[in-house]
Design a protein around this ligand. Sequence first.
Ligand code: FES
Ligand SMILES: [Fe+2]
Length: 364
Amino acid sequence: MAERRINLIDSPELGRVTATEPNEDNGGLPAGLPMPRDPRLFDRDHPRVRVTRHGPDRYPFPVPNGWFIVATSAELRPGDVRALHYFDRDLVLYRTEDGQPRLLDAHCTHLGAHLAVGGRVEGACIRCPFHGWAFDGADGRCTDIPYGDVKRIPPRAHTRAYPTLERNHMIWAWYHAEGGEPFYDVPVVPEFDDPEWSDIEVRDFEVAVSAQDMAENNVDFAHFRYVHGTEGIPEDEFFTDGCYKRAVGGGGTFVREGFGLGLGVLRVKGYVTFLSSTTPIDAGSVHVRWIFTSPLSAGEGTVQQAADAFMAGVSQDIPIWENKVYRDPPVVTRAEKLILEHRRWSRQFYSGLDDGGPDVAPEA
Ligand code: FES
Ligand SMILES: [Fe+2]
């Protein structure tokens, strides 16, 4: 049996972290406590451990309603058209000639062509490649049927458009299962445009887990020791108000704010600020984007080092997340009541759930 190597890393910002090498002597499964830090998990071609077969009913809730990043600003120039799959839907994202990002259902209301496969931007609209119908992404209206002497565009020709906005160097879309209006806003992170702060560092990855499960990690204190090999950062405060939540730790060194489900801003004083968006691909998987910046006073390379540290950390969570099931209700200890509180808070972001949510008390 190969000897298991354990390294202790002292990080002034994150505390003492135990790191293990991947253990190859476990039938191909990772050996944990703590889990291996394995940056290879972010290579698209690197196999991940998937021993649980999840069915379509893995979670008792659908895709959440909210603001989610659908692209970085830099990757969409005027006239660009992109095919996306988020919110369990095929979508088309384009940028108008005057610079507005627009998101529509992908398939044309006429005979169903995918607008990103040959579709072209014309002014504010996108024109379908199949028969040339044009759609305005601001509201989804069909604005032109360019043949057949059409007197009046039938209302059913209009398609679904999603509200978009551009903020923090990212393009955001509002998803609501029932087409409801935005009920909270995307915060501005002033550090991203502050000359005293570094250029942004963007990292992204996909994980087969729900946005809610991923967010639950932050209030799951016991896992920090067992999965990450750190004591975690004791929190002095956990506060929720409507769609907003905030946790403060380490005497104010560490502040994490949440805006809706899957949109968070974490600040570690003097070290890093990062924004996290967890865009649902479907009810059981997400595309995560993390946008980091560090104060220039923290020294060159700090932002990359911080991004690497958080990526290494989440690589420990990924095999757990991708193979866990959602226990509803869970058995938890009294020390874990924040997990229940977080689940109750999360329910406001789903359409179609019946009641006020799980009302269970900690048992153990
Ligand atoms: S399918 Fe789009 S115009 Fe006919
Ligand atoms: Fe974690």
